[in-house]
Design a protein around this ligand. Structure first.
Ligand code: ZN
Length: 424
């Protein structure tokens, strides 16, 4: 389907912003928003809320919930020490009533604000630009705000909600309740994580969880009373060996251990040791099996050494459900109408799309920019994707606002004949 006149006009308006988008991105990247860096996150949130309120959005801040204390890692800069940041929810009703479309972005990055990676640097060829959060996800949030602004400038009276949390990079424990609440009152979710480097749309994701194993033993002098001791480190090591045996890549069961700690001196039997673990699973059945197996590592009774287990499997797997399949085809059709290609892909990575979809909202979550080397000090964005992914998002928002039922409901008879429908 060729673009309509108003879609073409919208895309021209986006293209005219090319240099402004890059300038805005440089300004946003220069604001340090590593998770837990409250002053930078507050500043960045304030800038975005001002732009969304200028479009008629009404903002509210949902207080953050505490993160389980046992998640605190040893010897690491742990943002758990910062008070839970609020989640901003900005809503605008359009001519068609309350908003049905939920845009989701995270303000935080993985980058330590004290590090040397601070500014956006455009490569000499102008094709890429490197900076903290440039792709994950300041570029994605920027193109969504710009798409909404361009739609408004073109006179389209759209309803939308934009949710902005600040702890995605450490698991969204503080914002999950706000995300779930927003998910229940919308019909489609679009999260602004970066696309895969080839522009692929991620259509399914594994789920994830965290756990912690604490081994408790009895301290004793190694030379004088070794037999009286009960080594927490040996007990933890045996438990870790059992965890390794649970890994089954074919079955979609991944368990990683690290960091670990235990003991304090070499000549005493250690009375405490701990390990932190991350688990990934393919589907809900694997999730519940793994959850039971991990919790079953705990010992009962008072005998030493003993094992305590904490676990929270907070981001369920995100399957390619029929509504998501229809939505993905709708996005691909829109991309192809813009002359873009859109392969589909799966990943073991997780994001807030997992939480939104589990709460009942059909969600696609890689509608941000193209880029790569995420979470590294050479993270980059493909500069051209500021315009072409903004055009995609703007056109998509316009089409969804006009035909949400068509995008989400089975519409077999409405399919134009002869269109390729490659599920990828
Ligand atoms: Zn991200």
């Amino acid at each position: 389907m060729p673009l309509s006149a108003r879609e073409s006009s919208l895309c021209h308006r986006v293209a005219a912003r090319a240099s402004a988008l890059l300038e805005d991105l440089a300004a946003h990247v220069a604001i340090p928003t590593g998770t837990g860096h409250a002053s930078g996150i507050d500043h960045y949130r304030g800038l975005l809320l001002a732009r969304l309120e200028a479009l008629g959005g009404t903002a509210r801040l949902v207080p953050g919930e505490p993160r389980p204390a046992w998640l605190r890692l040893p010897h690491a800069r742990d943002p758990i020490d910062a008070p839970p940041p609020p989640t901003a929810v900005v809503s605008r009703s359009g001519s068609d009533g309350p908003p049905a479309i939920l845009l989701a972005g995270h303000l935080d990055t993985v980058h330590d604000p004290r590090g040397s990676f601070r500014e956006l640097a455009v490569a000499p060829d102008g094709l890429t630009a490197s900076g903290p959060g440039a792709a994950d996800m300041k570029g994605g949030i920027l193109i969504a705000v710009a798409a909404l602004e361009c739609l408004a400038e073109e006179g389209h009276d759209l309803g939308w909600t934009f949710v902005l949390n600040a702890d995605e990079e450490i698991g969204s424990f503080q914002s999950a309740a706000a995300l779930r609440e927003a998910a229940t009152v919308h019909r489609v979710g679009l999260a602004l994580e970066p696309a895969l480097p080839d522009g692929s749309l991620v259509i399914e994701r594994m789920g994830t969880g965290m756990f912690r194993i604490d081994a408790h033993g009895r301290a004793a002098h190694v030379g004088r009373e070794f037999a009286r001791g009960a080594s927490a480190v040996y007990a933890l090591a045996r438990t870790i060996t059992r965890i390794e045996a649970m890994v089954d890549l074919e079955a979609g069961r991944i368990l990683n251990i690290g960091p670990i700690e235990g003991g304090s001196v070499v000549n005493a039997v250690p009375d405490h040791a701990a390990a932190w673990g991350n688990v990934r699973f393919r589907d809900a059945a694997t999730q519940s099996a793994l959850e039971q197996e991990v919790l079953a590592l705990a010992t009962r009774g008072d005998a030493l050494p003993s094992i305590d287990v904490h676990a929270i499997f907070n981001r369920p797997a995100k399957p390619f459900t029929p509504p998501v399949q229809r939505l993905a085809r709708f996005v691909r059709d829109t991309a192809e109408d813009l002359g873009q290609t859109m392969p589909f892909a799966s990943t073991g990575g997780v994001c807030d799309g997992n939480i939104l979809q589990e709460a009942g909202l059909p969600t696609l979550d890689t509608l941000g920019v193209r880029g790569g080397n995420l979470h590294r000090n050479d993270e980059y964005i493909e500069v051209s994707s500021l315009v072409d992914r903004c055009q995609l998002l703007a056109t998509l928002l316009l089409r969804l606002s006009l035909g949400l039922d068509q995008a989400l409901e089975p519409q077999e008879r409405a399919e134009p004949p002869g269109r390729p429908r490659n599920a990828g």
